[in-house]
Ligand binder design. Sequence first.
Ligand SMILES: [Zn+2]
Length: 237
Amino acid sequence: MTEKIFYQDSYQKAHQSEVVAVLDNGIVMESTIFYPLGGGQPGDTGVLMLQGKEYRVTETAYANDKVMIVHHLNADDLLAFKVGDQVDMVLDWERRHRHMRMHTSLHLMCHLITAQATGGSIGEINSRIDFDLQGQVVDKDNLTIKMNRLINRQLSVSIGSITDEALTKNPALVRTMSVQPPTGQGSVRTVTIVDTDYQPCGGTHVSNTAEIGEVIVTKIKNKGKQNKRISLALVNP
Ligand SMILES: [Zn+2]
């Protein structure tokens, strides 16, 4: 299992680790700061450094076993790596930080809209989240104002955990019908935004809503009979 440094410290930008496997699409290291694609959040990109040379990580994703995290490299670059190599890794931090800002803003949206989320996708500048609104009317400009009001309250964001048992007893905590949290390890990671939102989540987040900066709700679109797709963007990426 790859040790997830990005969960211990989502702000760590560089790290050194040892190669434990070379696969046909990328390499696996003992530990990593690279977030793997999942939960609507893209996988990280960045560079690996080995013997003074830089190699691009084009994507990060879980291997088929859902346990190992694979740093995808171009086929030619892959030839340079072998098991046991000590590798320095550096994140494309600006990109990752935008994902953290966008991701945290979607949690605020979950506080303002009480309906179940049925899907979502996080981008660097634009993100979207689908809600089963059940007839609830949402106004774009009003939602923008409320979002920025929450952001400006400088609410702190913290990470915790909930036992599988407690989560089973309180299924309403899960806000996304499409993505169920990974139970079976005894407990599940949770994210709390003070006074605002509390839910199981495996993504990376900023530690204070002030870091998100101003956002704008750009579009609310019908998506099926009851679903509405809400698009959100960072005003100052
Ligand atoms: Zn989250």
